[in-house]
Ligand binder design. Structure first.
Ligand code: NAD
Ligand code: LMR
Length: 328
């Protein structure tokens, strides 16, 4: 039996993500939590004839506790999205407190659940969640994930656009680093199956992957950021975690993890100097089984991109850690 919980379930991502989870045969129970509208969203989704039992909770009457109790997987898209002109770091002021409070609830009511953080800025909100879980003595690095799958989905999509190959994807494109602008590093030298990106298209392609979020923010013109593609990506990652937890082998997805707590992670810390990093991770029954180091053999240009990403990540990670360790 799998109980999935969505925190921030009434939002632009939360609703379509909840729809995908409700429709999934992998989910037996789905609990929706938000500060508004969950009774309506849950009532609406409950008319879908899939098997998952669905409930909706608000903060009153111990809603967070009741939503989280018995959870196997908790997905967090709670928090404000960007408007044009904003960076993801501009969201920190509000979203840091939201993620801290939700992680506190997880520590108390579902400390063994897999926790998938979507709320931005991911490079800082994942360290915040880790610090909260650490302080409560329940941190298991194998069970905490920053969801960077949308970067992978974009890289796969744009690679097809530039290469002229057809959708659906037949290319796996690893994207490493973090989840904002220059911290996002697609490694086209590691694309499988291999193909050449024309030299005159390479920089454009990298830029589109790094700044794909901005394209959507601009097109939505004040009405938020990516929601539908994010719900697709969030579901893809949640499905991978659930399938691996049920024993399916060979599932690998890039995700932003606390490396020192995951097998193979120390080698990547040595190479990058950062403890949180997105890298392909082999998933298993207990979550992140192995962090796979794909830094060897990258091109000189990719090395430059990685160095740039590390600089940004160091600041973002420290901002998240200090928010919990030394609150102002
Ligand atoms: P949204 O405003 O449409 O929805 C956010 C929801 O969170 C709202 O329903 C709101 O009521 C709820 N919420 C606020 N405070 C809460 C709390 N304390 N507890 C529970 N719920 C709470 O925003 P959105 O477009 O769904 O985006 C959500 C977040 O996801 C943003 O921070 C956005 O930047 C981020 N995001 C991340 C990625 C990624 O790749 N990781 C992609 C897209 C968006
Ligand atoms: C994205 O990559 O689409 C999200 O992180 C949302 C954003 O702010 O761009």
């Amino acid at each position: 039996m799998v109980k999935a919980v969505v925190l921030g379930a009434s939002g632009g991502i939360g609703q379509p993500l909840s729809l995908l989870l409700k429709a999934s045969p992998l989910v037996d129970e789905l609990a929706l939590y938000d500060v508004v509208n969950t009774p309506g969203v849950a009532a609406d989704l409950s008319h879908i004839s899939s098997t998952a039992k669905i409930t909706g909770y608000l903060p009153k009457d111990d809603g967070l506790k009741n939503a989280l109790t018995g959870a196997d997987i908790v997905v967090i898209p709670a928090g404000i999205p960007r408007k044009p002109g904003m960076t993801r770091d501009d969201l920190f002021k509000i979203n840091a407190g939201i993620v801290r409070d939700l992680a506190t609830g997880i520590a108390a009511h579902s400390p063994k659940a897999f926790v998938l953080v979507i709320s931005n800025p991911v490079n800082s909100t994942v360290p915040i969640a880790a610090e909260v879980l650490k302080a409560a003595g329940v941190f298991d690095p194998k069970r905490l994930f920053g969801v960077t799958t949308l970067d992978v989905v974009r890289a796969e999509t744009f690679t097809q656009v530039y290469s002229g190959k057809k959708v659906p994807s037949d290319a796996t494109v690893p994207v490493i680093g973090g989840h904002s602008g220059p911290t996002i590093v697609p490694l086209f030298s590691k694309v499988s199956p291999k193909f050449e990106i024309p030299a005159d298209k390479y920089e454009d392609l990298v830029h589109r992957v790094q700044f794909g979020g901005d394209e959507v923010v601009k097109a939505k013109d004040g009405a938020g950021s990516a929601t539908l593609s994010m719900a697709y990506a969030g579901f893809r990652f949640a499905e991978a975690v659930i399938k691996a937890s049920k024993g399916e082998k060979g599932i690998v997805e890039p995700t932003f993890v606390y490396l020192p707590g995951v097998a193979g992670g120390d080698e990547i810390v040595k190479a990058t100097g950062v403890e949180f990093f997105s890298t392909p991770v082999e998933l298993g029954p207990n979550g992140a089984e192995k962090a796979i180091n794909i830094l060897d053999g990258v091109t000189a240009r990719e090395q430059e991109l990685i160095a740039e990403a590390i600089k940004g990540l160091q600041t973002n990670i420290e901002t998240g850690v200090q928010f919990i360790k030394n609150p102002a």
